[in-house]
Write a protein that binds this ligand. Structure first.
Ligand code: FES
Length: 193
């Protein structure tokens, strides 16, 4: 991680890391039977809303995301019912705008208008991946410094994470960023701690 990387842990991450969360089927991204709408994984057609900050709850508009700006945290919302799928932290994604032409070709279908979304849950032991290396253009995990390449499908480029971040396919509908399909890649982590 470079000096420009931020190392502060959010309260959410600390709780997730220190609190002794044990990986369960739900944490591993496997829907449990009878789960409520807010725990269901993002679905095609869901709109994305800000998950924190002064815009929390607002629809994410493409124009609000600047090229290579620090990724913002978002959750999917069912536009028909208004249910935000915040019943599982595995539904949280980090969104940012990239130079679409530089994105690895095999992942281009997951981007929309240069915007990409990656799972916010580190594949190592599940901390929130919210640090941003603005120099290397990498998402980074504050717990054990895993780094993920946003231009290559969340590929691991540093640290102990065993696999890439899952990518959430996007589309733009009515000037809003929407989910185009289920996560590509496995969401969650494997290790209990
Ligand atoms: S939990 Fe992210 S690097 Fe360990």
């Amino acid at each position: 991680m470079t000096e420009k990387s931020e190392r502060k842990l959010s309260r959410r991450s600390m709780l997730g890391f220190v609190g002794g969360v044990v990986a369960t089927p739900t944490l591993l991204g496997q829907p449990a039977t009878g789960q409520s709408a807010n725990r269901m994984r993002p679905r095609a057609g869901d709109e994305l809303v800000f998950d924190e900050g002064p815009r929390q709850g607002e629809i994410v508009r493409p124009g609000l995301l600047e090229l290579h700006a620090r990724p913002i945290a978002a959750m999917a919302r069912d536009p028909a019912t208004g249910v935000v799928r915040d019943g599982s932290r595995l539904n949280r994604v980090m969104l940012t705008r990239i130079d679409a032409e530089r994105l690895s070709p095999r992942f281009q279908s997951n981007a929309a208008a240069g915007i990409v979304a990656y799972s916010a849950v580190c594949t190592h032991t599940g901390c929130d991946v919210f640090n941003w290396d603005a120099e290397q253009l990498r998402l980074a995990c504050p717990c054990h410094e895993s780094q993920f390449d946003i231009y290559d499908g969340g590929r691991v480029v540093g640290g102990p994470a065993p696999r890439p971040l899952a990518m959430l396919p996007l589309e733009i509908v009515d000037d809003s960023v929407r989910v185009a399909g289920p996560f590509r890649g496995r969401v969650g982590f494997q290790q209990a701690f």
